[in-house]
Design a protein around this ligand. Structure first.
Ligand code: G3H
Ligand code: 13P
Ligand code: ZN
Length: 307
């Protein structure tokens, strides 16, 4: 099946109260692990590429790997640019065959965010491409877009932003953050704020970034085999499940993929110090990604069987 855009995916998700997983991809094994998980669970998928991933792997490699993956798949799959820092990169990805892009102007002043988002929407919509934007600030650092402090999304501003820009989905800040160290105190999300946003923007697809749950089994495995990721904590899975039933149609996961792969590779080398064949450590790493993604689809996102 060719790449699809998120429209019908999100309409169904909103109506039926689940979210589609948006998984960050950087190389072949990650793409394969996610695609195999989606096939096993019959789930729709969003594979997303950050500016950093694009720099690492090269856009042509990623697009061609996706084409190869789709040759063996009948799932609905979206190829999405994650945290597009400016119009130019969004344009390059739209021209290169992505079916969805994010323009992240969340670090800009409100009016500047509106201006750049409108520009991307205009270019994308003429070519049938979906646009995600962001309002509010989500803590953590991505490649070219950095936020030092979370600023929760203001519901009235969100409505105005969507009306004035015409963006198709909106990433909101309600307490999630990027990376492996999300909470020092209690882990909580601002559900009353989410409820207010969905009330004043009914049927509008919302996006949650920074939604890794940082499974402690991977943290412990990393640390047991020589890693130093002490104190890493993510979003509890029951909170993500609740968000998925409350207007959030897309949930972004990257850190958990990194942890699953790295834990597996560390374990492999600790147990097989003589090994130097990449296939023998990347195969279990790919399996670890697959297992983790299957778990998310079935028990957290609720999108198993929805392809
Ligand atoms: O939210 C961003 C993703 O985790 C991508 O991270 O810029 O290091 O590829 P990256
Ligand atoms: P995590 O760091 O929680 O996996 O978030 C990923 C993300 O939001 C990608 O855009
Ligand atoms: Zn993000």
């Amino acid at each position: 099946m060719p790449l699809t855009d998120p429209k019908s995916m999100f309409e169904k998700a909103y109506k039926e109260g689940y979210a589609v997983g948006a998984f960050n991809v950087n190389n072949m094994e990650i793409i394969q692990g996610i695609m195999e998980a989606g096939a096993a669970e019959k789930a729709p998928l969003i594979l997303q590429v950050s500016a950093g991933a694009r720099k690492y792997a090269g856009q042509n490699y990623i697009v061609k790997l996706m084409e190869a993956a789709l040759l063996e798949s009948d799932l609905p799959v979206v190829l999405h640019l994650d945290h597009g820092p400016d119009f130019e990169l969004c344009k390059t990805c739209i021209d290169g065959g992505f079916t969805s892009v994010m323009i992240d102007g969340s670090h800009l002043h409100f009016e500047d965010n509106i201006a750049v988002t409108k520009k991307v929407v205009h270019y994308a919509h003429e070519r049938g491409v979906w646009v995600e934007a962001e309002l509010g600030r989500i803590e953590g650092v991505e490649d070219d877009v950095a936020a030092e402090k979370t600023i929760y999304t203001d519901p009235d501003q969100a409505k105005e932003f969507v009306e004035r820009t015409g963006c198709d989905s909106l990433a909101i800040a309600i307490g999630t953050s990027h990376g492996a160290y999300k909470f020092k105190g209690d882990a909580k999300l601002d559900f009353p704020r989410l409820e207010t946003i969905t009330k004043i923007m009914p049927d509008y697809p919302l996006v949650l970034h920074g939604s890794s749950s940082v499974p402690q089994e991977f943290v412990e495995m990393c640390n047991k085999y020589g890693g130093q990721v002490g104190g890493a904590r993510g979003i509890p899975e029951d909170l993500l499940r609740k968000a998925a039933t409350s207007g959030v149609c897309k949930i972004n996961i990257d850190t958990d993929i990194r942890l699953a792969m790295t834990a597996s590779i560390r374990k492999h080398f600790a147990e097989h110090p003589e090994d130097f064949d990449p296939r023998t450590y990347l195969k279990p790493a790919r399996e670890a990604v697959k297992g983790m993604v299957r778990h998310k689809i079935r028990n957290v996102l609720g999108c198993a069987g929805k392809a």
